[in-house]
Each structure stands twice: as C-alpha cells, then as structure tokens.
Design a protein around this ligand. Structure first.
Ligand code: HEC
Length: 300
C-alpha cells in the first residue's frame, strides 16, 4: 500500500501536516503563484523519490543530497545549469535538499517581506520536536532601545525578545525559538538563498549586512553549537525527541486521535523502529498492523 501512488500521496499529505506547509504560502514580493506551485511540487516529488527509492529512511527525508527543480525554480534558488520547464531530480550541495531546505517551508514560516525567527523557531520546535509552549502571560514588554546603526533581522528580534529583553522575562520561552529560527536566516522570506540581507532598518540605514545563522541549539540531550539549519536536519534523524515526535505526529495524522496511555506502546514501537534502521515504510507498516490503530479506526 505505502509504495503505491496512493500511499505516496497520502504520505505527502502527512509531510504537509508534519512540517505545516499545509497552511500554504501567500503571494508576496518576489514570490508569485507559479513559483509557489513549483515549490509545492518540489515537496511532493522529494517525498515520492524518498519513499520509492532504495533508501526510504527518515534521514533521507531531511538529507537526501538532491531535490527537484526546473529552470525557473533553480534560478529562484540561485542554482545554475538546470534547463526546461519540467521538474527534474538534481544533485545539490548542503544548501538545498530535504524538508527544512524546501522553499515552501522557508516561505511558509516567514512574514510578508521579512523572515520571522519566531515563526521559524516555533515551527521547528513544535512540529519537529513536539515541544509545547504556554501562552505568554507576561505583563507589558519593555520597549527595546534600537541602536543608531544598521541592524540585522536577527538583532532586531533579539532586541524585542532576546536574552536581555524585558529584563530577561522573554528568554525562558524565546531561547527555544530565536536562535533556532535564526539557523534558517540564509533563506529569505521567498525561499531564496542569500549571504547578506538589507538591514532591518534599511530606510534609515541603507546597508547590506552579512547573515549569521550559527548559534546554540538547546536540546533535551544538552546544548550543541550549530552552523545553520543543515545541522538541525542532521540532528533530527538521531535525536530522541524528534524521533518520538515524528512517530507521535504520524500516529495523530493516521488515526485522527492524539496518542494516549492505551496507545503509548504503539508510538514507542514506531519510535524504536526509527531509532533502529530509520525505515519509513516500516513505520507505516507497524502502525497499520498495530492493535491500537485497528481498534481506533474501527471504533470511529
Ligand atoms: C511562556 C512563553 C513565552 C514568554 C515568557 C514570552 N513569549 Fe513571546 N511568544 C511565545 C509564543 C509561544 C509565541 C508564538 C505565538 C504564535 O505565533 O503561535 C510568541 C510570539 C511572540 C511574538 C510574535 C512573533 C511573530 O511571529 O510576530 C513577539 C513579538 C513576542 N512573542 C514577544 C515577546 C516578548 C517581548 C516577551 C517578553 C516580555 C515574550 N514574548 C515572552 C511564548 C512566550
């Protein structure tokens, strides 16, 4: 079932749910509907190739070493040498390839004209690591003082809710979002790769500033330094929280129910399978044949 067209399409629907690209992307400056369609197809073709390929693993979904491009999408991404209108499999370096390196994911986690460290950080934390945040109950934030010079988007966010902001009151939550979201700063609000960006306060200080995507990544197993979002992509297939999270999300997606005490053993079996050989078809099979799943779907 899972290696049929229908099974592959269903799995791509899960991917859209898992990385929240199902919420869609709005047209914005530099990103028209045609480009959004191409990015949507890129995700579907990547998922398909991984599921039908020789190594249908969780790792390959994040670090495949290839993606699907036609000339227009390649040019948008700044990749040369791709011609024609049909999307084709293209070998790529670390800057592209995998779920977190899809233009669709990068654009859907951005604001209209600029990137959002908070949106990106929260999406990575909630969707990929299943971390839940309470609603902020803090009193009014302290107005940040902006320095009289050009600042990056990252500096701007850190002034608003970074480590020092509002006397440190924001950081208990935002330490999980700001640096994590900043790992994607090389990708602008339309999913283009960039080495520098216009200053956040460009109208006041018309300058280009270099991107800094590196920083600490706080995980359940401790804090590790990361260069950029590729390092998060490499961490996800080996991290206990993210493996549990994809298993739990898949359970929720496929059964239509949150996992509870009676189904925890099933989610654990899915997680253990991924820890072992990382096989996605095995994850689908394990759930499909589990008592928890058959019982739940019959009951509904
Ligand atoms: C209890 C956790 C928590 C604390 C404490 C907290 N926040 Fe947040 N903050 C969040 C969450 C969660 C979101 C994302 C809400 C969403 O978009 O779903 C958020 C979003 C934001 C956003 C909006 C980002 C966007 O996409 O536009 C701003 C601005 C912000 N917080 C500022 C602050 C400031 C300033 C403080 C400190 C005074 C603070 N926050 C303290 C949890 C927290």
């Amino acid at each position: 079932m899972m290696r049929t067209d229908q099974g592959v399409e269903q799995f791509n629907r899960f991917v859209s749910y898992y990385i929240r690209t199902q919420r869609g992307v709005q047209e914005k400056p530099g990103l028209d509907e045609r480009m959004i369609q191409l990015m949507t197809q890129e995700q579907a073709l990547l998922t398909r190739e991984v599921m039908l390929g020789a190594e249908p693993t969780f790792d390959k979904l994040f670090n495949p070493g290839f993606t699907f491009l036609n000339q227009a999408l390649a040019e948008h991404y700044g990749i040369s040498g791709v011609t024609g209108t049909a999307l084709q499999k293209v070998g790529v370096d670390d800057k592209r390839g995998g779920l977190l390196h899809l233009g669709l994911f990068q654009a859907s986690t951005s604001d209209y004209a600029v990137t959002s460290l908070v949106k990106r950080g929260i999406t990575l934390r909630e969707q990929l690591f299943c971390r839940e945040f309470g609603a902020p109950v803090e009193a009014e934030p302290t107005e940040p003082t902006f320095p009289p010079r050009a600042i990056t988007t990252r500096e701007r966010w850190d002034l608003v809710n970074g480590e020092q902001a509002s006397g440190g009151r924001c950081w208990q939550c935002h330490q999980y979002m700001n640096d994590t979201g900043a790992s994607m700063e090389h990708y602008d609000a339309t999913g283009r790769y960039r080495q520098q960006e216009p200053a956040y306060n460009y109208t006041q200080f018309p300058q280009m500033l270099p991107i800094k995507s590196s920083g600490p990544f706080i995980g359940v197993d401790g804090t590790v330094p990361i260069e950029d979002v590729r390092d998060i992509s490499k961490l996800i297939p080996r991290n206990s929280a993210s493996l549990f999270c994809v298993a739990d999300s898949y359970f929720r997606f496929a059964s239509g129910n949150r996992s509870d005490e009676s189904t925890a053993a099933t989610v654990k079996a899915l997680t253990d399978g991924l820890k072992g050989n990382g096989s996605l078809p095995a994850m689908l099979r394990t759930l499909g044949t589990s008592n928890a799943f058959q019982f739940k779907t019959q009951r509904d």
